[in-house]
Design a protein around this ligand. Structure first.
Ligand SMILES: Cc1cc2nc3c(=O)[nH]c(=O)nc-3n(C[C@H](O)[C@H](O)[C@H](O)COP(=O)(O)OP(=O)(O)OC[C@H]3O[C@@H](n4cnc5c(N)ncnc54)[C@H](O)[C@@H]3O)c2cc1C
Length: 531
């Protein structure tokens, strides 16, 4: 992400200076945006970059514990430089979050530079899976960098300290994310196809029951139930692969256009990669778990598939939390400038106006083999849900208030009611999960299903105020939970921060392997490939 950030947000001069260094591994960069207290809400970042006109420098500073950079991959032990996102302050005025190239470690001996504190954030879920990545913590104590290390393609600070914005749209800042998200979609297809390949092959080898007259037992892949679980995953693996390829094309196309200062397709690329990243990674995790559940008898899957699952868990969070990305895609809440409201309203109206499904066609079983018809059904469903969502949200002064009121309304009337509500959530969520089957048997009408869903959402609201009390009542000790994030006293940040320093990786500033691997890379003049 270091390289795409400079490519997207750096001026030509900055690109010429920094990109060759990064390509030749003379510097190693990371992308330092997230902070201990601020993730999805990028506008809430606290790190400051204050311009000092006397020296023509920016002073990078972490004013609070929650402003510590937290999570960046490659930061903990390996990186020498970072693109750091910080609030730009000139002449006492806050201009919001901007990117800065900051050197973190000496290129001579790899020690952190004065004013910089860096470490690894510690052990992550799943031994061996994502732990090979040194996700890091970083704090600045009034660290000075030259003015020309602010990424200035979109906005600039002059020698006199004046803040200026060029006519290049601010959306460019998000170009880095477009790149990485399309890569995640490609990775999702790879992870799923890997698991499906193992499961399918093994299902063909594995035989259970059905032996006649002493003959071989039936291959489990021949059971219809096994097929109904396996083949949809196989189809998904292909679908993810194709959509990943399409996104790669989209990104290349957008990049070429950006180089020619054509920003017209950036909003669509942002919306597509944000939505598809969420829509591929989350179902993927569920499907990887499904694969695990129905081939659980085989040891090989425990070794390969579950590892696959663990490796992929973080993809739901990095590069934008999936839920938040979906909300952005649907509601256009952030970044407002990128996914323009009128674009989506146009899309929705267009779908609503053009969806006239022919009832005769719908009645024929074989018509459901026509992709066009299935697509129409999906579009009609999406349009209906969007209109209903828009109607619900229009009851509130702003959409976010609408969403939070739907989920957070306070109502509490004693333990019995709480347990009844939990019981209701249990059976209504099962009904919701399988509502397709209910509709197909005509046991439920769409109106019934919508009413049941309304009830389910109302029950969430009812339970929400007592949710913490309900989990406290399990009476688990902190020792039993073994999780800083789940501490009873909620004292998460200071304890998380302290714990990072107890990680064995932080016993020395210079990581094992620096002299053997990193230093030779940094010091050797590697030639760049000609292609
Ligand atoms: C493995 C890994 C690698 C990472 N690498 C990097 C990196 O290289 N550089 C970097 O800068 N960062 C990195 N990150 C950080 C990552 O970008 C953030 O974790 C991500 O942006 C989410 O932020 P958060 O973890 O603070 O979650 P939060 O934003 O605090 O979200 C917590 C929960 O609240 C929900 N939530 C939040 N806001 C809303 C809302 N408006 N509506 C509804 N629900 C909401 C979310 O869905 C989520 O369930 C990495 C993270 C991981 C896990």
């Amino acid at each position: 992400m270091f390289v795409p950030a400079i490519k997207g947000q750096g001026t030509d001069d900055q690109q010429q200076k920094w990109l060759p260094l990064a390509y030749k591994m003379q510097i190693i960069g990371c992308y330092a945006q997230t902070e201990l207290g601020h993730g999805s809400n990028v506008q809430g970042l606290e790190t400051t970059a204050t311009f000092d006109p006397r020296t023509d420098e920016f002073v990078i500073h972490s004013p609070t514990l929650t402003s510590s950079k937290w999570w960046p991959g490659g930061l903990g032990k390996v990186s020498t430089h970072a693109v750091v996102y910080a609030r730009l302050i000139t002449d006492g005025k806050d201009h919001g979050v901007h990117g800065f190239i900051v050197q973190l470690r000496s290129l001579e001996d790899h020690r952190p530079l004065p004013g910089i504190t860096i470490g690894d954030i510690g052990m992550k879920f799943g031994n061996g899976a994502y732990n090979t990545m040194d996700n890091g913590v970083l704090r600045f104590d009034h660290v000075r960098i030259p003015r020309n290390q602010m990424l200035m393609r979109v906005s600039q600070v002059t020698r006199e300290g004046k803040y200026r914005q060029s006519d290049v749209p601010r959306q460019l800042v998000y170009g880095t994310m477009v790149y990485v998200r399309q890569q995640i979609v490609a990775d999702a297809s790879c992870a799923l196809s890997r698991a499906v390949c193992i499961a399918t092959r093994y299902s063909a080898i594995r035989r259970q029951f059905g032996s006649r007259n002493g003959g071989p037992e039936t291959q489990v892949i021949d059971y219809k139930t096994q097929q109904s679980r396996l083949f949809p995953l196989l189809a998904s693996a292909y679908a993810f692969r194709f959509v990943g390829e399409w996104l790669k094309w989209l990104y290349t196309d957008v990049t070429q256009r950006l180089q020619a200062n054509d920003f017209s397709t950036l909003p669509e690329a942002h919306a597509c990669t944000a939505g598809l990243k969420s829509l591929t990674t989350l179902p993927l995790l569920m499907e990887l778990k499904n694969v695990e559940s129905y081939v659980e008898a085989m040891a090989i899957f425990a070794a390969v598939g579950f590892q696959n699952y663990l490796l992929f868990v973080p993809a739901c969070t990095y590069e934008g939390d999936n839920t938040v990305l979906l909300l952005q895609t649907e509601l256009n809440t952030e970044p407002k400038t990128i996914i323009k409201c009128d674009y989506n309203s146009w899309l929705l109206l267009n779908v609503c106006q053009t969806r006239k499904v022919d009832p005769v066609l719908r009645g024929m079983a074989e018509d459901w083999l026509k992709p066009g018809q299935v697509l129409e059904a999906f579009e009609a469903r999406a349009a209906r849900m969007s209109v209903s969502c828009a109607r619900n949200l229009s009851k509130f002064a702003n959409p976010e208030e609408g969403l939070s009121r739907n989920f957070n309304k306070i109502f509490l009337e004693g333990v019995k009611q709480q347990l009844e509500a939990l019981c209701g959530i249990y059976y209504l969520s099962l009904l919701h999960k399988h509502q397709g089957d209910f509709l197909a048997t005509s046991f439920l009408t769409p109106k019934h299903a919508a009413l049941a869903n309304d009830q389910l959402r109302a029950l969430y609201t009812k339970v929400r105020p007592n949710a913490i009390a309900l989990v406290d009542s399990f009476n688990y000790t902190d020792h039993f939970l073994g999780s800083i994030l789940g501490r009873y006293d909620g004292n998460v940040y200071p304890k998380l921060y302290e714990a990072a320093w107890r990680d064995p990786l932080n016993e020395s500033d210079i990581p094992d392997g620096y002299h053997e691997y990193i230093s030779p890379l940094l010091k050797k003049q590697l030639g760049s490939a000609r292609l």
